[in-house]
Design a protein around this ligand. Structure first.
Ligand code: HEM
Length: 410
């Protein structure tokens, strides 16, 4: 290509590029396998899915990235808003809607013109990649509404989270006005999406905190294990009717069809955990490490029975175990957590790693009730510290022709 030509053919989106290069989807498998029909058949099934061949629409009744099956990577960012001008913010949300639609289908965020003296519109690091099941989920904090003079629209349940026992929150991982959760089966695709959205909004927003994370989703048939080696997410609801009960807001206001996101950056002390006996590890959760089954049961998805007793008549699921304390509240949330590993803790010289805990619920009180019950009692507390926190109202899904959060501004 000459200098006058685009650095990347603007007429060709990434999907077309892959097709033309003969390396997309089944084409890739055929080439690699010596054109075996059996192999071609396989990649149209599970394999194709876990390779991220399918797009997840940006449009729908609810935002994607909430009950969407977990992708391998998250890039999570919280932004500060530096404007009190509603019209400017609406325009930014319109621009983000336009960008998001393109990002999740693997297109450039905007095609370049002919002027080689300008920086390219799209930063370019995903050219040649498919969207890898990219989802973009947007939310706002109570402070966002205050900044824009929209306090009268604040639902009564939408308040900052209270301080919980043992919280050791750091300024660096709290606060902020807007959240963007980008999940994809490729870390660079997730990062690229956030980078380009922030770049587009840069006259109105700055970055407050961010966290990259990963989930071991393997063949997607098994529940991912967290960094303590336990299956995490087993008790989550799986049915649409349950989602309606647990996740989606039903009030007749701008949050209808949306949900509240609670996020906690939880440091996990891996070195201490790794010195802990297997029995003690299992007692911490009240589940067996290998199978993920609850105490007294065989299979991962067997019902947790809090009434079971051991030979001495003691509760089989320990009274201070994480699962008992969470379950006995009778309240449910929908968890969608990612592990993180951020190098070495400067003070202790140990891994700075843990869980970016994210849960979705129709009322923040669901999360608050469970966290209060875990409180000082949870045996897991010996191995973790909550250092970051946030509560965000995630809008309902976007209809074609509308923009993110439109109902709030109407
Ligand atoms: C680093 C921190 C945490 C770790 C490593 C962790 C790990 C686990 C594990 C291994 C399970 C059992 C398997 C499952 O059902 O997913 C579980 C269950 C659960 N956790 Fe956590 N968790 C953490 C923090 C939290 C927090 C902050 C909350 C909410 C406030 C929470 C709420 C729950 C709930 C509701 C269950 C399901 C209980 C049931 O009904 O059986 N977890 N967690």
């Amino acid at each position: 290509m000459t200098k006058d030509e685009k650095w990347f053919d603007k007429k060709m989106d990434r999907r077309e590029f892959l097709k033309k290069a003969g390396i997309g989807g089944a084409g890739l498998a055929l080439g690699a396998s010596g054109a075996s029909a059996f192999f071609a058949h396989k990649v149209t099934g599970e394999t194709a899915k876990s390779d991220g061949q399918e797009d997840i629409s940006f449009y729908g009744e609810h935002q994607a990235g909430i009950v969407t099956p977990t992708q391998k990577n998250v890039y999570f960012v919280v932004l500060d808003l530096h404007s009190t001008d509603k019209a400017e913010v609406i325009q930014m949300f319109k621009d983000w809607t336009d960008y998001s639609e393109k990002l999740v289908t693997g297109k450039l965020v905007k095609e370049d013109g002919d002027n080689g003296y300008l920086p390219p519109f799209d930063t370019g690091e995903t050219v040649g990649l498919n969207p890898h099941r990219l989802t973009l989920t947007f939310g706002i904090s109570p402070a966002f509404l205050t900044k824009l003079g929209l306090e009268s629209k604040k639902p009564k349940e939408f308040r900052d989270l209270p301080v919980f026992p043992r919280d050791q929150l750091k300024e660096a991982y709290t606060g902020g006005d807007i959240v963007i959760q980008a999940c994809a089966d490729d870390a660079q695709v997730a990062f690229h999406a956030v980078r380009n959205l922030v770049r587009k909004g840069r006259s109105l927003v700055t970055m407050k905190w961010s966290q990259a994370g990963f989930a071991a989703i393997g063949n997607r048939k098994e529940t991912p294990r967290n960094l303590f080696g336990f299956k995490d997410g087993t008790a989550n609801a799986t049915k649409k009717e349950q989602f309606q009960d647990i996740i989606w807001c039903e009030d007749s206001n701008w949050m209808r069809g949306g949900t509240y996101m609670a996020v906690r950056r939880i440091q996990m002390f891996l070195e201490t955990w790794d010195r802990t006996s297997l029995n003690e590890q299992e007692n911490t959760f009240g589940r067996y490490k290998e199978s993920g089954a609850p105490f007294g049961k065989k299979d991962e998805f067997d019902e947790v029975d809090l009434d079971l007793k051991d030979d001495k008549g003691e509760p089989l699921v320990p009274v201070d175990s994480h699962v008992r304390l969470a379950k006995e509240t009778g309240v449910e949330i929908y968890r969608r957590a990612y592990s993180y590993s951020d190098g070495i803790d400067e003070v202790t010289g140990q891994f700075d790693s843990g869980l970016l805990f994210i849960s979705f619920q129709k009322d923040p009180q669901q999360f608050i009730t469970i966290q209060h019950n875990l409180g000082n009692v949870d045996k897991l507390n010996e191995y973790i510290t909550h250092v970051g926190s946030g509560l965000f109202a995630c809008f309902a899904g976007v209809k074609k022709g509308e923009y993110i959060g439109q109902a709030l501004f109407e």
